[in-house]
Ligand binder design. Structure first.
Ligand code: NAP
Length: 258
């Protein structure tokens, strides 16, 4: 009798910027719930500076059957990205999912924005996406399977005064996403972007109550988003239910940009 061979291993994911905010919620979501037709994902996350955040996260994800690894590396460096991906693949036994989430802001009106603020944001938010995508590409192409999700922003769609560096980086992520989707579709690798609206994380904690009130007035759902609101869409895009979705930008913004 013919028997069906079922893929036995967990899915294996690399998440940049995994220690705080949206990235942390993504790591937890992928590691804890049924994803991609198997029960859990093993996850390697990358962070830049906060060792305590990484240690806490590893302690929190104490799910039987799930492996979790933290890597301290600057996502804007190609050399560090390649070394991290090589080691992560060795530990995970391969890679099926890449989530490009690492990002920073250095807000200012253009008149006051320094060249360093512009370069730092482009490097952390856009070059990092190039670095990690390039570093995982050969193994994903060889196995004819991959799911890549890039975390962009609504600001990359509609712009924002005081964020010319950030919105340029996120618009770049969207263009990169669509080009990669076209390059990789025939290899069964999907590439999508999520454009979160304003989500409650350290990034938005800098805003005053007054600024938040004003922002929320433009959100039909009248609230900021939660990191989990984004993480659940990431998990969906990595699941078998999203096999025929590529090159899309999904806004998770409470209706703000419709
Ligand atoms: P966050 O709370 O500030 O966390 C950022 C994460 O990225 C941290 O884990 C940080 O690690 C890591 N990181 C930053 N620069 C890095 C680098 N060069 N190399 C490696 N890791 C780096 O940010 P968030 O609000 O969760 O944002 C996550 C993503 O969503 C970003 O791409 C952001 O642009 C996007 N986004 C956020 C919002 C929002 O409202 N929060 C809205 C739209 C889009 P360390 O702590 O170790 O530095």
């Amino acid at each position: 009798m013919a028997s069906k061979i079922v893929e036995a291993h967990n899915k294996r994911a690399i998440v940049t910027g995994g220690t705080r905010g949206i990235g942390r919620a993504i790591v937890k979501e992928l590691a804890s719930r049924s994803c991609c037709g198997v029960l859990f994902s093993d996850v390697a996350f990358v962070y830049n500076s906060c060792d305590e955040c990484a240690e806490e996260l590893i302690k929190e994800i104490d799910f039987p059957g799930t492996k979790i690894y933290g890597f301290k590396a600057d996502a804007s460096s190609m050399d560090q990205a390649q070394a991290t991906v090589d080691e992560a693949i060795q530990k995970l036994g391969g890679v099926d999912i890449l989530i490009n989430n690492a990002g920073i802001t250095r807000d200012n009106l253009l008149l006051r924005m320094t060249e360093k603020d512009f370069d730092d944001v482009i490097n952390a938010n856009l070059k990092s996406v190039f670095n990690y995508t390039k570093a995982i590409l050969k193994p994903m192409i060889a196995q004819r399977y991959g799911r890549i999700v890039n975390i962009a922003s609504v600001v990359g769609l509609i712009g924002n005064a005081g964020q010319s560096n950030y919105s340029a980086s996120k618009a770049g992520v969207i263009g990169f996403t669509k080009s990669m989707a076209r390059e990789l579709a025939s290899r069964n690798i999907t590439v999508n972007a999520i454009a979160p609206g304003f989500i409650q994380t350290d990034m938005t904690n800098k805003l005053t109550e007054d600024q938040i009130k004003k922002l929320v007035q433009n959100v039909p759902m009248s609230r900021l988003g939660k990191p989990e609101d984004v993480a659940k869409v990431v998990a969906f895009l990595c699941s078998n239910d999203a096999d025929y979705i590529t090159g899309q930008v999904i806004a998770v913004d409470g209706g703000m940009t419709m």
